[in-house]
Design a protein around this ligand. Sequence first.
Ligand code: NAD
Length: 478
Amino acid sequence: MPTQQKAAGEDLNLWNTVCRQFDKAAATLGFHEGLLQQIRVCNAVYYVQFPVRIGDRYEIFQGWRAEHSQHRKPTKGGIRYSEAVTQEEIMALAALMTYKCAIVDVPFGGSKGGVCFDPRKYSRRQVERITRRYTMELVRKNFIGPGTNVPAPDLGTGEQEMAWMADTYDALTPGQIDSLACVTGKPVSQGGIRGRKEATGRGVQYGIREAFKHPEDLQGCGLTPPLEGKRVAVQGFGNVGYHAAKFLAAEDGCRIVAVGDVDGGVMNPDGLDVELLMQHRTRNGSLQGFPGSSPLPGPADVLEVECDILIPAALESQITLHNAHKVRARMVAEAANGPTTPGAEGELLKRGVMILPDLYLNAGGVTVSYFEWTKNLSHIRYGRLEKRLDEVYKEKLINALEGVAHAGVPDRLRRELIHGADEVDLVNSGLEGTMQNACREIREKLLADPRLENLRTAAFAVAISKVARSYEELGVFP
Ligand code: NAD
């Protein structure tokens, strides 16, 4: 649903929503209004219209790239391909990126970009041409570059688009040794990092795990640990939704009871097999008709399924005043950006539903993007230097222990203990530690100031405080 539309008299404009969320948290912090205004506004928006040859004609495409804050550089944020893209949506998503980066202590300012078209209606060759031309427009105005602005995947884009962007940037700015760092989320063979594709879904998993470590926080919503066995419903079976569902089912023992997508979904109270469901969707182009499931005809039906944890992982403004009273989950884990409107949030919180807010929960993507960016700048794979040395030390330690104990360690255990960390191990542990730290900061902020009332306002308060400190230190130039 386009962000400008109104449902049940509600303002669904994402920019207005983010500003309201910001203001609520800012009112508790005591910074002066000028400084808050400096943070709240979107610093720069580049709007471009460009032609691309589609078949035997030219089509004009509209694109944007917004830079919300340059208090840290480069600015960072995804590229969205969707017919619903608007300038205000892109500005709002850029603002969320600023706050997200601050929450997970990633030294970037917030940015976001988008092109208004539905990539499913174009061939891959045509999408490549649109992507390369859009990148060229960004290069022209210095809205892309390793030290200025670094895009990543978002709705409707993935590794392939990032590879095209990196290649176009490299072609237009020859000889730059760091040019691969102009974009993250690339395929591993094109300078990407292992674990980036899965990172946002992984971060969602880690964030939900953190929530289940604090039974006292869960009391109000009626859930109790463990996470194992909890019923999960997911809206959006794309990169984020698929990986979150996959990891929660395979590694935490959750039951994925429903999955919805743009053309409807499927449910099974006994649990859906996530891998088989993905194979079915790849084969048939739709979730519908998955053996052993019952259909959910509309894209929003999955939001109303009986479950413990609802993961909106598609678009903004999905849970509104129109359907909030029909949400039966006890926890809403916001994998998408802005899926819950302020009105709906009020309604859910009144009913005791716990909301894990987007600006914390989906920050796994930008966290691992940061790892990819530093990998590109250092030109070496993580773990390459120390892996073997680490293994040798551990081997010596086990041999010494065996000598003292006069007993042998079984072969399999020996191999597991000795194994040195690979790139993906380092990435996942860095991500897990980051999500844990961020969760701790947000909880502590909320516990210290009851006026914050909920996790979202506390997360905004953490973010605003960090960004404000940075602005105060920098002052205003000239
Ligand atoms: P994606 O394009 O890979 O997947 C999105 C999925 O949602 C697709 O399967 C699409 O068909 C489905 N969808 C589209 N409209 C829908 C509707 N009305 N109802 C139900 N399903 C619908 O995108 P993604 O990268 O998985 O991003 C999903 C969300 O997560 C977005 O809000 C994005 O901003 C957010 N996010 C993504 C990342 C990332 O690293 N990719 C990081 C942070 C946040």
